[in-house]
Design a protein around this ligand. Sequence first.
Ligand code: F0G
Length: 454
Amino acid sequence: MSSPSATAPGVRQGDFRFRCIACAQLSDQASQDFRCAQCGDLLEIIYPSWEQERPDAAQLKAAWRDRKLSSSPADQSGVWRFRDLLPRIASEQDAVTLREGNTPLYELPRCARTTGIPRLFGKHQGMNPTGSFKDAGMTVAATFARRAGFRWVACASTGNTSASMAAYAARGGLRSLVLVPEGKISWSKLSQALDYGAVTCQLRTDFDGCLRLLQLLVLRAPVYQLNSINPFRLEGQKTLALELLEQLDWNAPDHIIVPGGNLGNSSAIGKALVEMRDLGLISKLPRLSVIQAEGANALVRTLREAAGKRLVSVAAETRATAIRIGNPASWKKAAHVLEATSGACEQVSEMEIAQAKAEIGAEGIGCEPASAVTLAGLKKLIQQGFVKQDETVVLVLTGNLLKDPDFTIDFHRGDMFKGGAGVSGEVDALRHPPVVLDATLDAVMRTLEQSEKS
Ligand code: F0G
């Protein structure tokens, strides 16, 4: 394995710098573990040029709108279209892109009725090229990995990051190494990494164990890590919020609700909201709330038991495997954006996740289990009076329904909450199990009539 031929990650690009989130130390270079050389905390990317000459909000909005008519790959990307607020690339041809972003903002009329929130939307990041929000960050991070001269990229993953990384590595002519917890990620996600040509290691540990190992590996081998510790990933994921606000005609919603796992995405969205406010792109800061599974509730506990001052890790367990994380790397960044936007942090049960997922499915769009925590969490936030009926709410749906078919099938067949203990009539009514019939017209007609009655 050869060393990187060109520059180290993040050698001064002219328009951005790295800043430590704890001690605020500035640097032009980042080490391969993307930690502050002084205190060891995480880095974020900042743009000093914005202070000297603030980009003009109206001009930015016009440029982003005009690029929609362009046929260049960078302009057709829903990430690079917003490149004015990203680390600069020398030429548009440098972007490793699959035309990510450009994801729909759906109205959710059925969920709006059941929750009593008429202005309820789902920003569906599962409509990205590899089926999850990870693509928005990966296009930027893979571009900078290639530019820095690395041949290998690597990540620890609960599945979606690995699928996305493998795809972008393949597109960018890079080799990729995936570390996933054995038996704890969905086959759909694993199959993507295999097809895109990653070297895939199923480790006998959990996600947190995979991430720990990766941190050691990057200090020993010339591999570029593409977990969300990598601040280029978060810059790309910021564009979710930019695109969302553009879709809402720059009228900020009252609430944005996002699932929390390793907490990179909430950190990225929060950073984007604050930047948009500071640049005058929006006049009001939406509240950003993070929802976790009860069995993987490290941030909830960190805020409740330690007032956000130190991480309370947990031994994570949930069937929403994408967020089965007990030791989230970006907890400090997430705690910071919750504070900056006055957002909430809640947890939801396995049953609440399954119910919410089926309700989003009944809208005709579906999502993966981890995404459904947003709707389940919204119901709690309404009960608590944190979200009010006349407010506009956007749920960030992070992954596609097809990412985890086992969960969906187990739910509808009734295999999920075996014995039915605690399954309410409301949940039962959402189940649509398949029926096996003789291949006769009579049998199908009878089924149709029975369904009509139910
Ligand atoms: N939703 C989905 C579908 C995810 O795949 C993840 C994270 C999250 C939500 C949570 O986002 O980590 O930024 O807080 N998946 C990672 C992975 C960890 O490896 O695919 P987060």
